[in-house]
Design a protein around this ligand. Structure first.
Ligand code: ATP
Length: 234
């Protein structure tokens, strides 16, 4: 087990966004977290990467209790988060953004070289000198993932990687993620398009109003009547 979350609870000034959430991700897995708007999916990823501080619960990553670690310390353990909205450094070049990803290495060795990242997303090499803010949404998403890869992730947390992208761009991003997972990268994926998320993952959790209400093999959940009615459209 690479990531284990036990009884995690988060509230924002009285709004309880997560209640007693427990889940795990095994090394090498690609796991989806699906649920409606406001279910708490982003909050869960933010609590794991410590951009939000949980009130209660425990997160054990690679055998270490993340305890009260700050966000930069968590990223240096190899838990890397590509947040919703990508958040590339808009005034810096593509190459500079990728170099900054290496800050997450700390004392750990690299896992992907710049050449490997360019191999996965050739557009980043073509646009290496371009200012990141002038890239298209899909290209910025690729840059955000590439930047995380430069920080040697043991697990990649992805928040809605296809949000706002054309179907073609969304497919390209998902093809890259599927390939990265096949080559051994562990991924926890939040995705608005539940069908796409279930299609490309091995297991999934369904979050509803801050609680895990279902979990199981993605192909089984895809055929579950409750999942079809609530999340996949009848
Ligand atoms: P979406 O798909 O719309 O992003 P989500 O499943 O990611 O939804 P969250 O963004 O985690 O859900 O939100 C969970 C709940 O917490 C919602 O009720 C939301 O309004 C609330 N919430 C999220 N962030 C904050 C915040 N910074 N301050 C106050 N409430 C928040």
């Amino acid at each position: 087990m690479l990531l284990e979350v036990r009884n995690l609870s988060v509230s924002y000034k009285g709004i309880q966004a997560l209640r007693d959430v427990s889940l795990h991700v095994n090394r090498g897995e690609m796991v989806a977290l699906v649920g409606s708007n406001g279910a708490g999916k982003s909050t869960l990823l933010n609590a794991l990467s410590r951009t939000v501080v949980p009130q209660r619960g425990q997160v054990v990553f690679d055998g270490k209790d993340l305890g009260r670690m700050a966000a930069f310390q968590v990223s240096r353990q190899g838990l890397l988060h590509v947040p919703e909205g990508r958040q590339v450094l808009a005034d810096m070049s593509v190459w500079e953004n990728l170099q900054l990803g290496m800050l997450a290495l700390g004392q750990r060795p690299a896992r992907y070289s710049l050449e490997q990242v360019y191999g996965i997303f050739p557009i980043l090499e073509e646009r290496a000198d371009q200012i990141a803010g002038t890239l298209s949404g899909g290209q910025q998403q690729m840059l955000a993932i590439g930047r995380a890869l430069m920080g040697a992730p043991e697990i990649l947390l992805l928040d809605e990687p296809s949000l706002g992208l054309s179907p073609l761009m969304g497919d390209q991003v998902f093809d890259a993620l599927t390939r990265l997972n096949r080559e051994g990268l562990t991924i926890l994926l939040v995705e608005q398009n539940a069908y796409r998320a279930l299609e490309c993952t091995q297991r999934a959790y369904v979050l509803d109003r801050g609680r895990i209400v279902m979990e199981g093999a993605s192909d089984v959940l895809m055929r579950d009547q409750r999942v079809i009615e609530s999340y996949l459209g009848a």
